[in-house]
Design a protein around this ligand. Structure first.
Ligand code: ADP
Ligand code: MG
Length: 778
């Protein structure tokens, strides 16, 4: 039961006011066929729109099944339209990009009728209007009468209580008009039909009640209906459009304007293309740098030296220059490097910990030891003292001084080659060096001569071995191989004076014969011209040798004597605890190395090695922590940072075109909104909420955003091929530009989000459009 009480509606246009409805009161039966007749502009459409909830009355009341609509909210009206009302318009108002069946299903889509039921109901409605066989056609493939039948099918599909028809035959010829009238007549058997018409004959023939309108007032009512109090039996089901339906609706719409969509997507993808290209080039260069670095630097050891610089503590707190300047005093402090010098307490436990490192991460470890080997060589059958050091024999630097220098320069210059943890995982020497002559060392007593990649050997190292060499002397490899030396044990080497002090003896043949014999077995050089020289030029030997000598000497008289006193047993000078420790190490009384170098197997393994070393420090006081030095990381970080900086700047430029894209999408959506004004009206007439309309347009920009993103990434990817050709021609680097799939995904997401933002404002605008005005637009 529908009741209008004193309904007034006026339109204000500038200063002129049009009273479209002027105090209209009328009631309708639940089942009747009412025809509203009246001249143009008398307010017929207005009253239909108000009854249908498309337009709001200014005053009065519309009572539906006993319920006043005075306090209706927007969503109540939406649900009312969807549940109760079916609209039929003079110009059909079909959505041209949807098929017949989809047009009919649209209203039920909004009310969330399940797909199967929706489809069945739509077919049933189309059968009723006699268009079942045309259901997959598009509206523009039908005649006017057929289109109106589709509109009728759409209006009745959800079985509404009220059918509102605004001049349904206005655009049809007489024969077709009669057919449509018959159809509407049939539909009025079980619902209220209110039809506006220009045609009094048709009204008289089919309608059961005729209402004449003029100047917004009822002039005559052929069969008025008087009601008293009506019980409120009003009941509404809320409507809601699913995201999927919104996307479907927008997709079919987009498909009708492919050319423009592709152009817009292409224009808006340019930003994505430029970012994709920048990212793939920088990504590729980073990879190139990483592989080059890992080749060059992976072998670079992580060094644990007696003293290390604690990088983390360096220059951390910055005070403003102004504060510092105006203090009025200066502060006395040790220099920064000294402050941050950390003394590593390398212990037996730590050495064992390092030894247990996973050989898959680091298979080679070398140890620096301060022990001085008492070496003798034979020259013309006579024993003489020799050295493995590379220092000038004429300068009086002590061996331990030299060693500590070698250690402080990261251990490069060490002549002890690393110990291989797992023999099956490759041998350090064989991996990095090649044999010039001889055989690879196997025994502790095997020595090798290390040449650099120009086949030169440090002249001092050779002189110290007792070889008679001058600058540029050419030494036959065969004269080196097989050369023997002898390491003399402390007890043979030192003699104890009556004062209790120890001094070295003179070299003798018996001393030579008693010593451990060492033999040069190979001359080696780095594997290739650009491989790193991990061992310094000169003599190299294994840690097994040093350990063997330490074992021999740990119970020697001089070691025992030194253990007991805090005075140097050779010079008589008092020593600090550290000096004593060093002295013990030099004499072979301590098996703890002064430094350790760990050679990671590859670049990635380095992180695992560092993790392993960090684990040791966990929970230890700063003093007891072991600080390691990883030179290669400093280098990679620096170059990486530079590349990142350049990339950021380039991306910032590319981002500007992304903003342009966003604006373009905004314009695109805005045009689309203007174009689809009618569709918005239809959707509203069918019960769409504001939010559903927003959703439809958001869906459109979403599709466009994804499309632009995919297009941008696709074109960006294709561009990497010519770019790589160019880079290859310039730099000889192959396949530099590589688009990271993850970046591609991010770019598509960014494109989608940006276009959604760009299109959302016009979408909101669309939602706000007045349905009545939208439907009046042509
Ligand atoms: P009918 O359908 O009987 O031809 P309408 O209901 O469409 O008449 O219009 C009634 C009156 O209201 C007309 O004078 C029309 O110009 C005016 N009118 C309708 N809609 C608007 C509007 N949105 N703004 C201003 N005037 C309007
Ligand atoms: Mg009208």
């Amino acid at each position: 039961m529908l009741q209008l009480k004193d309904i007034r509606k006026s339109y204000h246009l500038g200063d002129t006011v049009t009273h479209a409805l002027d105090d209209v009161s009328i009631s309708f039966r639940d089942q009747e066929f009412v025809a509203i007749l009246g001249p143009s502009g008398s307010g017929k459409t207005t009253i239909l729109n108000i009854i249908g909830g498309l337009d709001r009355y200014d005053s009065g009341d519309l009572i539906i099944n006993g319920k006043s609509t005075k306090n209706f909210k927007e969503t109540d009206w939406d649900a009312y339209r969807n549940n109760t009302i079916g609209f039929i318009f003079q110009n059909y108002n079909l959505i041209s990009h949807l098929s017949i069946i989809d047009n009919v299903e649209l209203g039920m889509n909004l009310s969330g009728v399940p797909a199967k039921e929706r489809h069945e109901k739509a077919i049933q409605a189309l059968t009723e209007v006699g268009l079942k066989e045309h259901m997959h056609k598009n509206p523009n493939q039908l005649s006017g009468g057929q289109m109106q039948r589709v509109a009728i099918a759409r209006a009745i599909a959800n079985d509404p209580d009220i059918l509102l028809c605004d001049e349904p035959t206005g655009a049809l010829d007489t024969v077709t008009s009669v057919q449509i009238m018959k159809l509407i007549k049939k539909l009025s058997k079980n619902r209220l039909v209110i039809m506006v018409t220009h045609n009094p004959e048709l009204a008289k023939e089919y309608a059961t009640r005729i209402v004449n309108f003029q100047d917004g007032k009822i002039l005559h009512d052929s069969d008025p209906y008087q009601v008293n109090e009506v019980k409120d039996t009003f009941n509404l089901k809320r409507t809601k459009m699913s995201y999927w339906n919104a996307i479907k609706l927008s997709f079919t719409n987009i498909m009708t304007k492919k050319g423009r969509t592709i152009l817009t997507a292409f224009a808006s993808s340019i930003g994505i293309i430029s970012i994709a290209v920048v990212l793939s080039i920088s990504n590729g260069f980073q990879k190139q740098i990483d592989t080059t670095m890992s080749k060059a630097l992976a072998k670079y050891p992580v060094a644990i030296t007696a003293t290390a610089t604690d990088m983390t503590a360096m220059g951390n707190r910055k005070e403003s220059d102004k504060n510092v300047k105006n203090r009025g005093y200066v502060t006395a402090k040790p220099d920064e490097a000294e402050q941050n010098t950390h003394i590593n307490k390398i212990t037996e436990a730590y050495v064992n910990y390092v030894k247990k490192i996973n050989p898959n991460y680091a298979n080679n470890i070398s140890y620096q030891r301060a022990i001085s080997l008492h070496l003798l060589g034979l020259k013309n059958g006579k024993a003489e003292k020799v050295q493995f050091s590379t220092t000038d024999p004429n300068s009086n630097q002590s061996v331990s001084q030299m060693r500590s220098q070698a250690l402080s320069s990261m251990g490069i210059g060490s002549s002890v080659f690393p110990t291989t943890l797992n023999k099956n995982k490759g041998n350090f020497l064989k991996q990095n060096y090649q044999l010039l002559s001889g055989t690879w060392p196997t025994k502790a007593t095997d020595l090798v001569i290390v040449a650099d990649n120009k086949n030169t050997v440090n002249i001092n190292a050779l002189k110290n071995l007792g070889l008679n060499v001058k600058n540029n002397s050419k030494i036959k490899l065969s004269s080196l191989i097989g050369k023997e030396f002898s390491v003399v044990a402390n007890d043979d080497y030192y003699q104890k004076l009556p004062t209790g002090m120890f001094i070295p003896k003179k070299a003798t043949s018996s001393m030579y014969n008693n010593g451990t014999k060492l033999r040069i077995v190979a001359v080696i050089r780095p594997k290739s011209e650009d491989s790193m020289q991990l061992l310094s030029s000169g003599v190299a030997y294994s840690d097994k040798l040093t350990q063997k000598i330490i074992n021999e000497n740990k119970n020697s008289a001089i070691v025992k004597a030194q253990k007991k006193t805090n005075r140097n047993v050779m010079t008589g000078q008092a020593m600090t605890a550290t000096e004593k420790k060093q002295m013990m190490q030099t004499l072979g009384g301590s098996s703890i190395p002064t430094g350790i170098m760990i050679y990671p197997n590859n670049f990635d393994a380095k992180d695992k090695v560092l993790d392993y070393l960090d684990k040791w420090n966990k929970g230890k006081s700063k003093k007891n922590q072991i600080v390691y030095t990883d030179m290669s990381s400093a280098v990679t970080k620096m170059t990486g940072g530079l590349l990142n900086g350049v990339t950021t700047i380039l991306i910032a430029f590319a981002a500007i075109s992304l903003i342009t894209s966003m604006i373009m999408i905004g314009i695109f959506t805005y045009t689309s909104v203007l174009e689809r004004t009618k569709e918005i009206g239809v959707l509203k007439a069918l019960g769409a909420r504001k939010r559903d309309i927003t959703r439809v347009f958001d869906a459109e920009t979403f599709i466009l955003g994804v499309f632009a993103g995919v297009l941008g990434v696709g074109i960006g990817y294709l561009l990497t091929f010519p770019i790589n050709t160019v880079i290859y021609n310039i730099t000889d680097l192959a396949n530099v530009a590589q688009l990271n799939p993850l970046h591609a995904l991010y770019l598509i997401i960014i494109s989608t989000v940006l276009t959604l933002i760009g299109g959302h404002l016009p979408a909101r605008m669309a939602a706000k459009k007045d349905a009545a005005i939208a439907l009046r637009s042509e």
